[in-house]
Design a protein around this ligand. Structure first.
Ligand SMILES: Nc1ncnc2c1ncn2[C@@H]1O[C@H](COP(=O)(O)OP(=O)(O)OP(=O)(O)O)[C@@H](O)[C@H]1O
Ligand SMILES: [Mg+2]
Length: 360
């Protein structure tokens, strides 16, 4: 199933929940819609699935205009952000609902329900009612029901939000493995960037009703095209500075606020350009010499320590330290260096750095 969105806009009164969104989704692709709360993710998925008709624009499925076709008449499995199991049906009946509507035999319905409930480890609850389940358990059943519908298109709106971390991680593998095996096209809404990175073929990063950037998780992590993307996908240090030297080959040096010069990755900027560099905590190291900084916080992350420093520039700069190393103490002085190839250089945003990364 191939989906194409052409200039989709959805207005509520005078408010644009989403604005002029165009996008292609390939057959069998696993796409996540990622973005801060209120940016329009649910609105977009509701328009794509036919729950809402957009104010403007078109939704094409396999080349056919379905903008005004209601959801019931489309072949879509949907998991709502607020779980919507049928309260008067058992768990087994809920999952078997779609096969039953399709007039399958009792044995078929039973085996489909069983298979999908086993997948989400809820088979032992088959005879219970939704009200007898916890929120997270209901969410698992809702996922099983959507998968059991046999649709070639699956829409998941925050499907794991009520689940604990371990189950959530487990389901990432399961759901991706399953939909790839079945060749299902998936649109998965989440505000959890780690979840988006781990399940997707591509991520659509949304912000304030528009698309900020679309790309593979690796690309968006390594080569974000905007400061907002660098900031939202993964963690990063953003440091304002000015280009101080630039070779013909593109080698670039910047002057930090403290006057210190550091080398960064190649760029097309010119001497004197006001820029922001992005460097992720795993690309910042300590050395015998470098940017002076004082440790102001230490957090144990399991495999590594996350260390927050206040640098001589006034910036807070975080770095990672493998947890088998001796950890510095709050107040210690350290010297920081950047892996220059892993730095990314952006033009200083006109609206200011704070505005550029604001989450609304
Ligand atoms: N039925 C509606 N009537 C009026 N405004 C709406 C309606 N539905 C959504 N909105 C507004 O549109 C904007 C986008 O909402 P949407 O539900 O798409 O956000 P979201 O990205 O899914 O957020 P979250 O991560 O919190 O679920 C919000 O400002 C919301 O208040
Ligand atoms: Mg939502």
């Amino acid at each position: 199933m191939k989906i194409k969105l052409e200039n989709i806009t959805m207005k509520f009164g005078n408010f644009y929940a989403i604005k002029d969104i165009s996008l292609s989704i390939e057959n069998g692709e696993y796409l996540t819609i990622l973005g801060p709360s209120g940016c329009g993710k649910t609105t977009l998925i509701k328009v794509i699935s036919g729950i809402w008709t957009p104010t403007e624009g078109k939704v094409l499925v396999d080349g056919k205009d379905v903008t005004k076709v209601p959801m019931e008449d489309r072949d879509t499995g949907y998991v709502f952000q607020n779980i919507a199991l049928f309260p008067n049906m058992t768990i087994g009946e809920n999952v078997g609902y779609s096969p039953r509507v399709k007039d399958m035999s009792d044995e078929e319905i039973e085996s489909i329900a069983k298979e999908h409930l086993e997948l989400v480890k809820m088979f032992d609850r088959i005879g219970m009612f939704p009200s007898e389940l916890s929120g997270g358990e209901q969410q698992k059943v809702a996922i099983a029901r959507a998968l059991a519908s046999g649709s070639k298109m699956l829409m998941l709106d925050e499907p794991f939000s009520a689940l604990d971390a371990r189950v959530r991680v487990e389901l990432r593998y399961e759901i991706r493995r399953l939909v790839k095996k079945l060749g299902i096209t998936v649109l998965h809404v989440t505000h959890d960037q780690e979840e988006a990175m781990s399940v997707s073929d591509r991520i659509i990063l949304m912000r304030a009703g528009g698309i900020q950037e679309v790309g593979t998780p690796l690309d968006m992590y390594r080569n974000p095209k905007s400061i907002f993307t660098a900031y939202f996908i993964g963690e990063t240090n953003l440091i304002e500075c000015t280009v101080s030297n630039k070779s013909r080959m593109g080698k670039t040096e910047v002057r930090l606020r403290s006057g210190r010069i550091v080398r960064v990755s190649k760029s097309n900027f010119m001497i004197g350009d006001r820029v922001v560099i992005s460097v992720r905590p795993e690309n910042v190291y300590t050395a015998n010499d470098g940017l002076k900084a004082r440790v102001i916080g230490v957090v144990f992350m399991g495999t590594y320590w996350r260390i927050r420093t206040e640098a001589e520039t006034g910036d807070y700069i975080d770095y990672n330290l493998a947890s088998n190393y001796e950890v510095p103490q709050v107040g210690d002085k350290v010297f920081l260096v950047f892996n220059k190839k892993a730095t990314r250089v952006f033009a200083r945003p006109e609206e200011g750095l704070e505005e550029a990364i604001k989450l609304e």
